[in-house]
Ligand binder design. Structure first.
Ligand SMILES: [Zn+2]
Ligand SMILES: [Zn+2]
Length: 235
């Protein structure tokens, strides 16, 4: 069976046929725009610029744009995209980040170069693709922005973040990233935007952003598909 990309097929959420991988109804229902902290993307009840956490301890990145909260039904869709090899879902998920179909989240105003959050080499070998790069290159193509997977690298094979609590995540990440020596000149004074599928505590984004700033980037923003709602402190 041949499917016209981006149009036919079952909706990943409601399983209805013929209105695209993510139908307009599901996007309107499950990806409605939300009031979020401009700095970290956390949902805030009020129209505040920043959440309390970002006022107390501002992250090294300046702005975060996210399309949806990590939870039903996006957790299931992202799991199929990331862990079950359904890499073609990147088209629909990047569309969601770009504000398509209309009725969902707004596309962000970010204009810097897009850098995918790197995967550890061993995990990349197991999975065969980096889901963040699959998103970033589609976003770059749609927005005519450069997307580069050769700038930020992961140097340690750290335990999966999902298995660790918050304190463990931060420890686990220390020295996990580096800027490729051949790309340091390119990075000097540049505004860049990290792209990832999910931001959980933000620990990875903090470490990656710090690494880029130390290596010469002028500003780092973050663009993620899904943001985990506020977690209980250190679990
Ligand atoms: Zn649907
Ligand atoms: Zn915040």
């Amino acid at each position: 069976m041949v499917r016209a990309p981006g149009w036919s097929g079952l909706c990943e959420v409601c399983q209805r046929w013929g209105s695209g991988r993510l139908c307009n109804d599901c996007v309107a229902r499950f990806a409605a725009p939300a009031t979020r902290c401009a700095r970290c993307g956390l949902r805030t009840g009020l129209a505040l610029g920043r959440c309390g956490e970002c006022l107390r301890d501002p992250p090294p990145f300046q702005a975060t744009c996210c399309a949806v909260d990590y939870g039903f039904p996006w957790d299931g869709v992202i799991a199929r995209f990331k862990f079950r090899g359904q890499v073609e879902l990147a088209d629909a998920l990047a569309g969601l980040m770009l504000g398509q179909p209309a009725g969902g989240p707004q596309a962000p105003e970010l204009q810097p170069a897009l850098l995918p959050m790197p995967l550890a080499p061993r995990r990349l070998a197991e999975r065969g693709y980096n889901q963040a790069w699959e998103l970033a290159r589609r976003l770059g193509r749609a927005r005519c922005q450069p997307a580069r997977a050769d700038v930020l690298e992961r140097v340690l094979d750290t335990p999966a973040q999902a298995e660790l609590g918050r304190a463990g995540r931060q420890r686990n990440l220390r020295a996990a990233f580096m800027v490729a020596p051949a790309q340091r000149d390119w990075l000097q004074g540049r505004d860049v935007c990290l792209v990832d599928d999910v931001m959980t505590t933000g620990a990875s984004a903090r470490e990656a952003a710090s690494c880029l700033l130390r290596a010469g980037a002028a500003r780092v923003d973050v663009w993620v598909l899904a943001r985990t709602p506020a977690l209980a402190p250190d679990h």
